[in-house]
Design a protein around this ligand. Structure first.
Ligand code: IPD
Ligand code: CA
Ligand code: CA
Length: 266
């Protein structure tokens, strides 16, 4: 563990590592996994629930006065300027299909602004972390967003709107904009928190998705910005945390995408 980490970051890292062990136990016997459909195309398994229990118990024990908002159990109703946002298993559809692309995401906000983030991929044992003003790390090594200068040849991650159709039209326009600008390629990897981590370490040059939830974004947004990246919504405002519409990339690429989109959409 890095010696410059705050106590909050160390607690969040330990919680994520413990939850990761539990998730991998379920992953090794997927044939017995109990799964429920909580909404259209939206699943929750015992692995999600157990992971969330491990994380919320650890965070509540260490910081009993902080608010917690977790995907499966909701909010603990505490009033506080500090709020944890927890996605106990991001990429559940991948997980239940045996596709090894999923993660745990824990973000801490102060007055609604992310101040630290932890994203842990237990299959690949990759730990992404960041704290305000301290840069972003993967397994304790500094990471940076890619230096890509143009949409042309850049590789993007995305999330297809497969649950709600509200954003299908604008989504397809965005996809077409990038394709018309001859982008290098597009990936739909299936775990938004990891997509943001991949932008932060330069594996992806950019990422966009609509209708994400605060627990998908809280940790990833600070990991991206601390890695030198830029994040906004599709109209280039900072309201992505509220509306869940996210575009993340290095600043040059971000500006080029917004410019190309604004000619078509805004
Ligand atoms: C989902 C994943 C997926 C994204 C969805 C998210 P979940 O999270 O991040 O990549 O496209 O929008 O809801 O449900 O697996 O935690
Ligand atoms: Ca998620
Ligand atoms: Ca989840």
């Amino acid at each position: 563990m890095n010696s410059s980490n705050s106590p909050q970051l160390n607690i969040a890292i330990n919680a994520a590592l413990a939850a990761g062990k539990s998730i991998m136990r379920f992953y090794s016997r997927l044939e017995n996994l109990k799964i429920q459909e909580k909404g259209f195309n939206d699943y929750v398994s015992e692995a999600d629930q157990e992971s969330e229990k491990i994380i919320t118990t650890a965070l509540m024990k260490a910081y009993p006065k902080y608010k917690i908002t977790a995907e499966e159990s909701g909010s603990n109703l505490i009033e506080s300027e500090y709020e944890w946002f927890i996605d106990p298993l991001d990429g559940t559809t991948n997980f239940i299909h045996g596709i090894p692309q999923f993660a745990i995401s824990i973000g801490l906000c102060k007055n609604k602004v992310p101040i630290l983030g932890v994203i842990y991929d237990p299959f690949k044992n990759e730990l992404f972390t960041a704290e305000e003003g301290k840069g972003a790390l993967m397994n304790d090594k500094k990471i940076r967003v890619s230096a890509a200068k143009s949409i042309k040849t850049s590789v993007f991650g995305t999330g297809i709107p497969y649950r709600k159709k509200d954003h299908a039209g604008v989504y397809i326009e965005t996809l077409k904009t990038l394709m018309d600008a001859r982008c290098g390629s597009i990936r739909r990897l299936g775990a938004a928190a990891l997509d943001l981590s991949y932008v932060a370490c330069g594996r992806l040059d950019g990422f966009w998705e609509f209708n994400l939830k605060p627990w998908d974004i809280a940790a990833g947004s600070i990991i991206v910005t601390e890695a030198g990246g830029h994040i906004s919504d599709i109209n280039n405002t900072e309201k992505y945390f509220e509306n869940g519409n996210v575009l993340a990339a290095n600043i040059n690429l971000h500006q080029e995408i917004i410019k190309n989109l604004s000619e078509k959409l805004i």
